[in-house]
Design a protein. Structure first.
Length: 243
């Protein structure tokens, strides 16, 4: 488990590393780039590069953190990737249940497989479940999330690469929005962001705007730090209450 620069969490925990591309947001995957860099640096955990890899030795890591943390699970993978057996997901959930002082955030692009898993296994009380929706064609992922019963359901619209239009956010608690960073980052239009902000406000959801990314709201490409994380001069980074 490591500290992270991801603003909406405290720590990351990667009992699985590696993934494969599935939808438009995967095109310039930051985790893939980082995994190959770590492999080149000789990091043992990334000897397989970005091939999905299970790390049994990492399963007990959260038990060593006695202070309550908000933990993003599998920031370098997808826990519900088809190459991750449900038996291994069971072990991840066992660790989560043994550490009730932590809050875990599980985000997936494989919403159907997540729903399949939790049809036969209860959701731990200290788990938030989320799905990534970065383009309109992916809205059906919401339906798989909505039928589950975690204390918090959330969606991540990052990197937001298209206008999502209207969303049915009933049963959702939190919306994360962010633009794509990096040399190949695609622009995110302010109107797309404002639409999601308005919908979240109208439906009483927490709204977390992470960043504009490689392109500013003025349509100019520059470093993500220069483009910042303000919407109309304000930082909007609310989170749902921790359980």
């Amino acid at each position: 488990m490591t500290a992270t620069k991801i603003e909406w969490t405290d720590k990351t925990w990667n009992p699985v590393t590696g993934c494969s591309k599935l939808s438009p947001g995967c095109a310039h995957c930051y985790a893939e780039t980082m995994a190959h860099r770590l492999k080149a640096m000789g990091a043992a955990k990334y000897a397989n590069g970005f091939a999905p890899t299970l790390h049994y030795k990492a399963l007990s890591e959260p038990e060593n953190w006695r202070r309550p943390q908000t933990i993003f699970v599998c920031s370098m993978s997808d826990l519900f990737h088809q190459e991750v057996p449900f038996a291994f997901v069971d072990e991840v959930m066992d660790t989560i249940r043994r550490t009730p002082w932590h809050t875990y955030q599980i985000l997936t692009k494989r919403a159907e497989r997540m729903a399949d898993y939790f049809q036969k296994s209860s959701v731990p009380n200290n788990v938030w479940l989320g799905v990534t929706i970065e383009a309109p064609a992916l809205k059906p992922r919401l339906e798989y999330l909505r039928v589950l019963d975690p204390p918090i359901r959330f969606i991540s619209c990052e990197p937001l690469v298209e206008d999502l239009g209207e969303l049915d956010l009933s049963g959702i608690d939190w919306v994360i929005v962010g633009g794509e960073s990096g040399a190949q980052g695609r622009p995110m239009k302010p109107s797309w962001v404002h639409s999601l902000l308005e919908q979240a406000n109208r439906q009483g959801l927490a709204f977390f705007f992470k960043q504009w990314g490689a392109w500013g709201p003025d349509g100019i490409k520059r470093g993500k730090k220069s483009n910042g994380r303000e919407i109309d001069g304000q930082i909007m980074q609310t989170m749902p209450p921790r359980n």
